[in-house]
Design a protein around this ligand. Structure first.
Ligand SMILES: [Zn+2]
Ligand SMILES: [Zn+2]
Ligand SMILES: [Zn+2]
Length: 360
């Protein structure tokens, strides 16, 4: 029988399919490959093809928009929101509106077109995390912004339009609903119990061990109890910490390690899947608190979101999180480097909500 589970943080229900559990090889996906066909605006020599850079690391004194950098931050060429102007918040009867003011930046993680966060050296990933931190701290000076979301689309199936590995940042004049729900829910929990819900969750998951993947000096990686997607994973600081951007060097070094390690494991278990990664930290103006615990969510792109999910807000996860965690825990992180793969499965087996799936 399948099982309904509720995520304690968001209150979101999911359906975990237990008797038709999908193993890693049951998912069809295009492995993400860096082919380098044609022109790439993120490679050395093409700096002039992006909007003028915001910042760059590793260049040691060379001119702006020249090569020699290790991490480079540029405005998105086709921004979702524009940096100029006032918000002009207005109500029109029932409707609220404001101008599309915000920042939309691209963090090019490496000049090497073939690399990914799973294959880059830890030190280089740490520098990417520093770029995240620096950009958040800088954009927080702009009083129009309430939230800065950093995310990553890896692979075309996960929405990446350019294959050269990069992350994105969007500064928003409002706190997004998903984050607001997480923050408000953890605040209510704190008011009642005077404990952080995430800290409680970490303690409980460490004790049970069934959804635990790994830990290092400062972080723990686990599969959530009620994941929306198979092989969804969360990376959390082991000690309470409410704002990513206040992390110091040893913390970011530790994060670089656990991030790389887990992305390698994903690559091993699921043969280099496309994925989305999101950084959730406290909203601007409420960074220092005892209730919200920043974290990274990673979701490999294996399933489709369709009518049932849109209509209900429920997700159907065809792999029990305990199974996902076991595969990830046991994955030899280094196996990905040897490039071994297994046979591809046919496209019809991408799980969507078929009637039999619910009734069976
Ligand atoms: Zn490139
Ligand atoms: Zn906490
Ligand atoms: Zn979150």
């Amino acid at each position: 029988m399948s099982e309904l589970r509720k995520d304690p943080i968001t209150g979101r229900w999911v359906i975990i399919s237990t008797d038709r559990a999908k193993r890693p090889t049951d998912f069809v996906r295009e492995s993400v490959q860096m082919k380098r066909n044609g022109f790439c605006p993120f490679c050395y020599g093409n700096e002039g093809k992006t909007p003028p850079e915001i910042s760059a690391y590793g260049r040691n004194g060379g001119p702006r928009d020249s090569s020699g950098w290790t991490v480079r931050v540029v405005p998105n060429k086709f921004p979702a929101l524009g940096i100029e102007g006032d918000l002009d918040r207005e109500g029109e009867g029932l409707f609220d509106r404001m101008n599309g003011v915000g920042a939309h930046e691209v963090i090019v993680e490496t000049p090497d077109h073939q690399s990914t966060l799973a294959t880059m050296p830890e030190r280089a990933i740490e520098e990417v995390l520093w770029a995240y931190r620096d950009r958040i701290l800088d954009l927080k000076n702009d009083k129009r912004f309430r939230y800065i979301l950093i995310f990553k689309n890896h692979g075309e199936a996960a929405g990446a339009s350019l294959e050269h590995t990069h992350s994105q940042l969007i500064a928003l004049p409002i706190v997004p609903k998903q984050v607001r729900e997480e923050v408000d829910s953890s605040r209510r929990y704190y008011l009642e119990k005077e404990r952080c819900m995430f800290c409680d969750l970490i303690r409980q998951e460490l004790e049970s061990g069934t959804r635990f993947i790994m830990e290092n000096d400062y972080f723990i990686a686990l599969v959530p109890y009620a994941p929306r997607f198979p092989f969804e994973m969360w990376l959390l600081p082991r000690e309470h910490s409410s704002a990513f951007e206040n992390s110091q060097r040893p913390v970011l070094a530790s994060l670089a390690h656990i991030l790389r390690e887990n992305l390698k494991r994903l690559d091993t278990v699921l043969e280099r899947p496309a994925y989305n990664l999101m950084l959730h930290t406290s909203p601007i103006g409420e960074e220092s608190n005892e209730h919200y615990h920043w974290h990274i969510e990673i979701m490999p792109k294996l399933t489709k979101v369709a009518g049932f999910e849109w209509g209900s807000g429920f997700y159907i996860c065809p792999t029990p999180p305990e199974e996902s965690a076991r595969f990830l825990r046991e994955a030899e992180a280094d196996a990905a480097e040897s490039g071994q793969g297994s046979e591809r499965v046919d496209l019809t087996r991408i799980p969507t909500l078929e009637p039999a799936f619910l009734t069976g």
